[in-house]
Ligand binder design. Structure first.
Ligand SMILES: Nc1ncnc2c1ncn2[C@@H]1O[C@H](COP(=O)(O)OP(=O)(O)OP(=O)(O)O)[C@@H](O)[C@H]1O
Ligand SMILES: [Mg+2]
Length: 157
Protein backbone atom coordinates (compact mmCIF):
# COMPACT_ATOMS: atom_id res chain seq x y z
CA UNK A 1 0.00 0.00 0.00
CA UNK A 2 1.06 3.48 -0.79
CA UNK A 3 -0.38 6.66 0.74
CA UNK A 4 0.04 10.42 0.52
CA UNK A 5 -1.54 13.25 2.48
CA UNK A 6 -2.34 16.63 0.98
CA UNK A 7 -3.92 19.69 2.52
CA UNK A 8 -6.42 21.88 0.62
CA UNK A 9 -7.05 25.50 1.68
CA UNK A 10 -10.30 26.01 -0.26
CA UNK A 11 -12.60 24.59 -2.94
CA UNK A 12 -10.47 25.85 -5.84
CA UNK A 13 -7.40 24.21 -4.33
CA UNK A 14 -9.44 20.96 -4.21
CA UNK A 15 -10.31 21.45 -7.90
CA UNK A 16 -6.60 21.75 -8.76
CA UNK A 17 -5.73 18.68 -6.72
CA UNK A 18 -8.49 16.67 -8.41
CA UNK A 19 -7.42 17.86 -11.86
CA UNK A 20 -3.84 16.76 -11.17
CA UNK A 21 -5.07 13.29 -10.20
CA UNK A 22 -7.43 13.11 -13.20
CA UNK A 23 -4.51 13.58 -15.58
CA UNK A 24 -2.85 10.48 -14.09
CA UNK A 25 -5.95 8.31 -14.49
CA UNK A 26 -6.77 5.90 -17.29
CA UNK A 27 -9.44 3.49 -18.45
CA UNK A 28 -10.31 0.93 -15.75
CA UNK A 29 -9.34 3.17 -12.83
CA UNK A 30 -11.70 3.46 -9.88
CA UNK A 31 -11.46 6.25 -7.30
CA UNK A 32 -13.47 6.05 -4.06
CA UNK A 33 -14.42 9.34 -2.37
CA UNK A 34 -14.96 9.09 1.38
CA UNK A 35 -15.85 11.74 3.93
CA UNK A 36 -18.79 13.15 5.88
CA UNK A 37 -21.69 15.07 4.33
CA UNK A 38 -20.25 18.29 2.93
CA UNK A 39 -16.64 17.12 3.18
CA UNK A 40 -16.01 17.95 -0.49
CA UNK A 41 -16.46 14.68 -2.42
CA UNK A 42 -18.59 16.25 -5.17
CA UNK A 43 -16.33 19.30 -5.26
CA UNK A 44 -13.37 16.97 -5.85
CA UNK A 45 -15.32 15.01 -8.50
CA UNK A 46 -16.21 18.27 -10.28
CA UNK A 47 -12.53 19.29 -10.54
CA UNK A 48 -11.61 15.79 -11.72
CA UNK A 49 -14.32 15.65 -14.42
CA UNK A 50 -13.78 19.22 -15.64
CA UNK A 51 -10.09 18.43 -16.24
CA UNK A 52 -10.96 15.58 -18.63
CA UNK A 53 -14.38 16.23 -20.16
CA UNK A 54 -14.72 16.87 -23.88
CA UNK A 55 -17.61 19.34 -23.65
CA UNK A 56 -18.29 22.01 -21.03
CA UNK A 57 -21.34 20.24 -19.58
CA UNK A 58 -22.13 21.25 -16.04
CA UNK A 59 -20.98 18.69 -13.46
CA UNK A 60 -23.97 18.11 -11.20
CA UNK A 61 -24.18 16.06 -8.03
CA UNK A 62 -25.75 12.64 -8.80
CA UNK A 63 -27.52 12.73 -5.42
CA UNK A 64 -30.87 11.58 -6.84
CA UNK A 65 -29.90 10.02 -10.18
CA UNK A 66 -27.17 7.95 -8.41
CA UNK A 67 -24.96 8.23 -11.51
CA UNK A 68 -23.94 10.74 -14.18
CA UNK A 69 -21.62 10.06 -17.12
CA UNK A 70 -19.38 12.46 -19.03
CA UNK A 71 -17.40 11.91 -22.23
CA UNK A 72 -13.67 12.60 -21.87
CA UNK A 73 -11.50 14.15 -24.60
CA UNK A 74 -9.52 10.92 -25.04
CA UNK A 75 -12.66 8.89 -25.79
CA UNK A 76 -13.08 7.45 -22.30
CA UNK A 77 -16.29 7.81 -20.31
CA UNK A 78 -16.15 9.17 -16.78
CA UNK A 79 -18.78 7.67 -14.48
CA UNK A 80 -19.65 9.61 -11.31
CA UNK A 81 -21.68 7.64 -8.77
CA UNK A 82 -23.21 8.87 -5.50
CA UNK A 83 -24.48 5.79 -3.67
CA UNK A 84 -25.77 7.55 -0.54
CA UNK A 85 -29.37 6.79 -1.56
CA UNK A 86 -28.75 3.30 -2.92
CA UNK A 87 -31.24 0.98 -1.24
CA UNK A 88 -29.42 -2.31 -1.69
CA UNK A 89 -26.18 -3.41 -3.27
CA UNK A 90 -27.93 -5.33 -6.10
CA UNK A 91 -29.27 -2.08 -7.52
CA UNK A 92 -25.83 -1.04 -8.77
CA UNK A 93 -25.98 -3.53 -11.64
CA UNK A 94 -28.92 -1.54 -13.02
CA UNK A 95 -27.03 1.73 -12.92
CA UNK A 96 -23.99 0.41 -14.76
CA UNK A 97 -21.32 -0.17 -12.13
CA UNK A 98 -19.82 -3.21 -13.90
CA UNK A 99 -19.69 -1.41 -17.22
CA UNK A 100 -18.08 1.60 -15.55
CA UNK A 101 -15.40 -0.50 -13.87
CA UNK A 102 -14.56 -2.34 -17.09
CA UNK A 103 -14.65 0.42 -19.66
CA UNK A 104 -14.61 3.75 -17.92
CA UNK A 105 -12.97 5.92 -15.31
CA UNK A 106 -15.07 5.60 -12.17
CA UNK A 107 -15.60 7.97 -9.24
CA UNK A 108 -17.77 6.73 -6.34
CA UNK A 109 -19.10 8.81 -3.44
CA UNK A 110 -20.38 6.69 -0.52
CA UNK A 111 -18.87 3.41 -1.81
CA UNK A 112 -19.40 1.47 1.46
CA UNK A 113 -22.48 -0.45 0.32
CA UNK A 114 -20.78 -1.89 -2.77
CA UNK A 115 -17.32 -2.42 -1.29
CA UNK A 116 -17.43 -6.18 -1.95
CA UNK A 117 -18.18 -5.61 -5.66
CA UNK A 118 -15.18 -3.36 -6.24
CA UNK A 119 -11.79 -4.38 -7.60
CA UNK A 120 -8.79 -4.52 -5.26
CA UNK A 121 -6.91 -1.90 -7.20
CA UNK A 122 -9.04 1.09 -6.26
CA UNK A 123 -7.63 4.42 -5.14
CA UNK A 124 -9.14 5.46 -1.85
CA UNK A 125 -9.51 9.21 -1.21
CA UNK A 126 -10.53 10.21 2.32
CA UNK A 127 -11.44 13.83 3.02
CA UNK A 128 -11.59 15.27 6.54
CA UNK A 129 -12.42 18.74 7.79
CA UNK A 130 -9.31 20.37 9.20
CA UNK A 131 -9.88 23.27 11.61
CA UNK A 132 -10.68 26.27 9.40
CA UNK A 133 -14.10 25.92 7.64
CA UNK A 134 -12.50 25.80 4.17
CA UNK A 135 -9.54 23.58 5.03
CA UNK A 136 -9.59 19.87 4.19
CA UNK A 137 -7.03 17.09 4.56
CA UNK A 138 -6.93 14.51 1.77
CA UNK A 139 -5.44 11.05 2.21
CA UNK A 140 -4.86 9.04 -0.96
CA UNK A 141 -4.31 5.32 -0.40
CA UNK A 142 -3.77 2.78 -3.15
CA UNK A 143 -2.17 -0.51 -4.05
CA UNK A 144 1.28 -0.63 -5.64
CA UNK A 145 -0.41 -0.02 -8.98
CA UNK A 146 -0.98 3.58 -7.80
CA UNK A 147 2.37 4.22 -6.19
CA UNK A 148 4.20 5.82 -9.13
CA UNK A 149 1.19 7.98 -9.91
CA UNK A 150 0.82 9.13 -6.31
CA UNK A 151 4.50 10.08 -6.33
CA UNK A 152 3.92 12.08 -9.53
CA UNK A 153 0.89 13.73 -7.95
CA UNK A 154 2.94 14.77 -4.95
CA UNK A 155 5.66 16.26 -7.16
CA UNK A 156 3.11 18.24 -9.16
CA UNK A 157 1.59 19.94 -6.11
N1 LIG B 1 -11.11 22.89 0.69
C1 LIG B 1 -12.34 22.56 0.24
N2 LIG B 1 -12.50 21.47 -0.53
C2 LIG B 1 -13.73 21.11 -0.95
N3 LIG B 1 -14.86 21.79 -0.68
C3 LIG B 1 -14.76 22.88 0.09
C4 LIG B 1 -13.50 23.32 0.57
N4 LIG B 1 -13.71 24.44 1.30
C5 LIG B 1 -15.02 24.69 1.27
N5 LIG B 1 -15.67 23.77 0.54
C6 LIG B 1 -17.13 23.76 0.33
O1 LIG B 1 -17.68 22.64 1.02
C7 LIG B 1 -18.79 22.14 0.31
C8 LIG B 1 -18.53 20.68 -0.05
O2 LIG B 1 -19.71 20.15 -0.61
P1 LIG B 1 -19.73 18.84 -1.48
O3 LIG B 1 -21.09 18.78 -2.11
O4 LIG B 1 -18.54 18.79 -2.35
O5 LIG B 1 -19.61 17.72 -0.34
P2 LIG B 1 -19.88 16.16 -0.43
O6 LIG B 1 -18.78 15.52 0.35
O7 LIG B 1 -20.06 15.75 -1.83
O8 LIG B 1 -21.24 16.00 0.37
P3 LIG B 1 -22.40 14.87 0.25
O9 LIG B 1 -21.99 13.74 1.16
O10 LIG B 1 -23.62 15.57 0.73
O11 LIG B 1 -22.49 14.44 -1.20
C9 LIG B 1 -18.94 22.99 -0.95
O12 LIG B 1 -19.88 24.01 -0.68
C10 LIG B 1 -17.55 23.60 -1.11
O13 LIG B 1 -17.54 24.82 -1.79
MG1 LIG C 1 -21.63 14.79 -2.86
Amino acid sequence: MSAIEVSSADASSTHRLAAALAKECRRGDCVLLRGDLGAGKTTFARGFIQALQSSPDEVVSPTFTLVQTYPARDGNTIWHFDLYRLKNADEVAEIGLDEALQDGITLIEWPELVQSQLPEDVLDVTIVMDGHPDRRRFTFTGSSRWQARLNTLKEKL
